[in-house]
Design a protein. Structure first.
Length: 588
């Protein structure tokens, strides 16, 4: 059964992008796999334990490894590493020198003279215990037991039998992925009969759990990275200059184009302008569908004491604004509703004044929306992105409500050289300025969408953190990473930006709002003991931490937080941490 083609707010599916310019039948094969076949792989990878991952590539062509495969492998390896996995590249001598530039990885060159591959591969699986194997453009055996290129030439004497490792892993229920573009690669055994019947090539027989097809295998790897970036919030998809530089490096070592058999800066006969186009389209999809990526943990299901108490203050503000609404139908939109508890509090308060009340609520976290839908049937909950509101919401609402949402930033837009700090507080002056410029563009986007959602003269009541909020907590987080988890520091970024009053004032005016009133509040955390503070932290940190830490290190982090907080004067530690603003705005 086919699954849905793309996310509700995507104008272009990533899978369609990487099947552009298809010449070898991959657009035919896509009809026999789920339409979101690359997204499925990304979701399954995100749910794996952060342990060892084998990645293989290297397709022999005329004395060298071709340019398709190593490029995608290089950048996919860096992405997998950034997610907290330990990548191990498995290839043969024809890729020697291609991957040594990646720090903290192992590279295994399988010898053509290995006396017993069966025992050797069993040993690798036992030694490393990988949670997954991924192949990017690696030849697999056909039904005659031969490795053949696209022209049908037998290249078995130049191809180490790494596909046998995938056969073993597949039988052991280790998650396997194949990325290919012709039909003779590892993984194409999934569609063996289709390939033999419809394509002019001798199909590979090696099966995998999930198959990715693309016009060029490197493009399939880029697409997988794009989805992983989208789901993790980490910046991973390379830009064209990075890809161009890597292609030039391996061609200078000896790599050649697999189609033209020339040592040229091309891949599968495609000039680099095509790589540039594909990468630009993938980046555009990410940019057009930015999201704050905030997903709560189970610890956050009831919301923190501080957040809920502040939220109720915002509810009371709306309640005071609505004075005579007993007959007229009013429509309210809650942006960033989480599990819906505060939305229901808003509903319960306003329904007493307006029996015709209509409340819609959105959140990026599908799990939270699911919980809210089950608990509160009178409210219209839907998964949506505050940067890309559904068109049906345009000029529909009398009031927009948002509590503790707007300061969460899209993590994957933060450049890699920013990710050596927990939050923007700890960036250097130049990096902080760059991040501020980016963050304020995100604020402008969300304010513009709020303006668009409101009817004429509609009112927005918004609450979010202001500059200086929770500073002692973030300093403690930063210290623990530096002291106990320094090797993971570069992969963890908490994507927050708390603006100054001046910054927000300018945005309100620029986006067409009249400021009715501003309530700046500084207060202590409502959490009164170490256990409650840790629960508060788990609520907004666990999902982000899981992008770069395994469960053991996540537990270590919170144990260290607990120890450090318990040693402090709790009252002094709680004091004046919660700095926020409640804005009441009217659409001009």
């Amino acid at each position: 059964m086919k699954t849905k083609k793309k996310d509700l707010f995507f104008d272009l599916a990533i899978e369609d992008v990487v099947l552009s310019y298809s010449k070898r039948g991959m657009d035919v094969l896509k009809d026999y796999i789920p339409t979101n076949f690359i997204e499925i792989v990304s979701e399954r990878i995100m749910h794996l334990s952060r342990k060892n991952v084998f990645i293989t590539t290297g397709f022999f062509v005329e004395g060298f490894a071709e340019t398709d495969g190593p490029v995608g492998t290089y950048f996919l390896t860096k992405a997998i590493q950034k997610l907290g996995f330990k990548p191990i590249i498995i290839t043969d001598e024809y890729c020697r020198g291609f991957f040594e530039g990646i720090a903290y990885i192992d590279i295994i060159y399988v010898s053509f003279n290995e006396p017993n591959f069966d025992t050797y591969f069993d040993g690798l699986l036992e030694m490393y215990k990988p949670v997954s194997l991924i192949s990017v453009e690696r030849c697999g055996r056909n039904k005659k037991g031969a490795y053949c290129n696209m022209r049908g030439v037998n290249i078995s004497e130049f191809t180490a039998p790494i596909d046998e490792l995938f056969d073993k892993a597949f039988l052991k229920d280790i998650y396997t992925v194949g990325i290919g573009d012709g039909g003779n690669e590892i993984g194409m055994g999934n569609l063996y009969d289709i390939i033999e019947r419809k394509l002019d090539i001798s199909a590979a027989t090696t099966k995998v759990n999930d198959l990715i097809v693309s016009t060029v295998s490197n493009w399939g790897a880029y697409a997988l990275i794009a989805y992983l970036q989208m789901k993790s919030g980490l910046s991973m998809l390379p830009n064209f200059s990075e890809v161009q530089g890597y292609i030039k490096r391996i061609v200078d070592i000896g790599s050649i184009d697999g189609v033209t058999k020339k040592r040229s800066y091309t891949v599968d006969g495609y000039a680099l302008k095509y790589d540039k186009e594909i990468l630009e389209k993938l980046h555009k999809i990410l940019e057009d569908n930015i999201s704050n990526n905030f997903r709560m943990s189970n610890d956050y299901e009831k919301q923190s004491l501080s957040q809920f108490s502040i939220g109720m203050r915002v509810v009371n503000v709306i309640n005071k604004i609505i004075t005579k609404e007993s007959l007229r139908r009013i429509k309210v939109l809650d942006i960033g509703c989480g599990p819906g508890n505060l939305t229901y509090a808003l509903y319960s308060t306003l329904i007493k004044k307006s029996p015709n009340l209509d409340i819609s609520a959105i959140d990026f976290d599908a799990e939270a929306i699911s919980k809210a839908q089950k608990k509160y049937e009178d409210i219209n909950f839907c998964k949506a992105n505050m940067y890309q509101l559904p068109e049906k919401f345009s000029e529909q609402f009398d009031y927009v409500f948002s509590n503790e949402t707007l300061h969460w930033m899209p993590e994957y837009f933060v450049k890699e050289n920013h990710t050596n700090s927990i939050v923007y507080y700890f960036l250097g002056d130049k990096e902080r300025k760059n991040y501020s410029n980016f963050a304020l563009r995100c604020y402008k986007k969300s304010f513009a969408n709020i303006h668009k959602a409101l009817k004429r003269n509609g009112v927005a009541v918004l609450q979010f953190g202001m500059h200086g909020q929770l500073m002692p907590i973030y300093e403690l987080i930063n210290n623990i990473f530096n002291e106990k988890l320094s090797t993971h520091m570069a992969r963890y970024f908490l994507p927050l930006y708390y603006p100054t009053g001046k910054e927000i004032g300018s945005i309100c005016l620029e986006e067409g709002f009249e400021v009715i009133c501003t309530d700046k509040v500084t207060r202590s955390l409502s959490e009164t003991n170490t256990t409650e503070i840790i629960s508060f932290l788990k609520g907004f940190m666990v999902k982000s931490l899981s992008n770069c830490l395994d469960n053991e290190n996540i537990n270590l982090f919170f144990d260290e937080m607990r120890i450090n907080i318990s040693k402090r004067d709790i009252e002094a530690f709680r004091n004046r941490q919660w700095k926020h603003v409640i804005l009441v705005l009217r659409k001009r």
